[in-house]
Write a protein of this length. Structure first.
Length: 353
């Protein structure tokens, strides 16, 4: 059950400084599976600014190796349902990078993906709340791995008509977001001395052939979105250079631009007779709403949006570049962060008015 806290403020709130708030968030390390501390912080911070706050546990998977708590945090009106909810994620990819800044940029893990977005959304929501709009905030765990927090949140929607999800889109509304299909390929062989390969059967050689076939596939293309793309990101197996490998495994991630059925069949054909295929994750491709007068883009990455279907019609928008997210050089222009606050307010008013 979610924990609920509500605080009322009798004194006018000091307007939130998005840069300083981003710094506070970045200084809390929250790599996926370690979202406990940032959830506690957001619950206290938002409750202290007059929001009615709920903190909901997100289960730890056994493979995480981390026994601490994970939280989703929802903040909304004390009475009634929000018409619109801003949402993004609290977890980051490793490694942790401390916060720093210069005259133009802020730097550190999460400044663009997605702690600067949290700051911009809170600042925008407070401005809208002050003008009488019924809005809420939803910050979830686990987006960088499997959208675990979004799946939990989808069981307890608050009745909102619109959801503005935040990811780095360079402050442009996304017309679509690519899906994702993860394939795990496992090959088996027979060990033998490498001087006598005829006595064994190499699992690695089998897997190399499967991957060669996969990389030669012509993946689907959608004219106004672009092509599906594939990355074979993990390969492991074997015992030693002088031993014929008895096992090998690879993991591939395909960015989908439509239904996955055709791609699944093609990968299974590539592996036929050589390796087993297990599809361990699928996030569907989605088309999204645009608004006249606002610049647009196509997100080649996946988001929590497919797992938040009960939270209203989705839009995707946020400051920062996906090109520096997940890199050692993650940064966000201060100007862009401040512009995002205004942009979130403008989009919300367009939808609600």
């Amino acid at each position: 059950m979610p924990e609920t806290a509500s605080n009322s403020t009798t004194q006018p709130l000091v307007e939130l400084d998005p840069v300083q708030f981003t710094r506070e968030l970045v200084e809390i390390e929250s790599i996926t599976y370690r979202e406990g501390a940032i959830g506690d912080f957001l619950e206290s911070f938002l409750g202290g600014r007059g929001w009615s706050v709920e903190k909901t546990a997100v289960p730890q998977p056994t493979e995480s190796g981390h026994g601490g708590p994970r939280w989703n945090v929802y903040a909304g009106p004390a009475d009634g349902s929000p018409d619109l909810v801003f949402s993004t994620h609290t977890d980051t990819v490793p490694p942790y990078i401390p916060f720093s800044e210069d005259a133009e940029f802020i730097h550190g893990r999460g400044v663009s993906d997605a702690k600067g977005i949290i700051a911009a959304q809170v600042a925008a929501a407070e401005r809208l709340r002050a003008e009488g709009y019924a809005v809420g905030l939803l910050f979830v765990a686990g987006e960088e791995r499997d959208s675990a927090g979004a799946k939990v949140a989808n069981d307890t929607p608050k009745g909102s008509r619109f959801l503005i999800n935040g990811e780095p889109t360079d402050n442009r509304l996304a017309l679509a977001s690519k899906g994702a299909l993860r394939a795990v390929l496992k090959a088996k062989g027979t060990m033998a001395h490498s001087a006598y390969p005829e006595l064994g059967e190499s699992a690695i050689h089998k897997l190399v052939e499967v991957m060669r076939r996969m990389l030669a596939l012509e993946l689907p293309v959608v004219e106004d979105v672009g092509p599906s793309t594939m990355n074979i990101g993990l390969v492991q197996g074997g015992r030693a250079p002088n031993v014929i490998a008895d096992h090998a495994e690879a993991q591939a991630l395909i960015r989908l631009v439509g239904d996955s059925a055709e791609t699944r069949r093609a990968i299974e054909e590539c592996a036929a007779g050589l390796a087993e295929v297990d599809f361990t994750l699928e996030i569907p491709f989605v088309r999204l709403r645009a608004l006249e007068g606002f610049p647009t883009m196509v997100a080649k990455f996946t988001t929590d949006i497919p797992q938040l279907s009960n939270w209203g019609e989705p839009l995707l928008l946020g400051p920062g570049s996906i090109h520096v997210a997940h890199t050692p050089h993650e940064r966000l222009a201060k100007r862009e962060l401040l512009e995002a606050v205004d942009l979130y307010v403008q989009v919300a008013k367009r939808l609600l008015d």
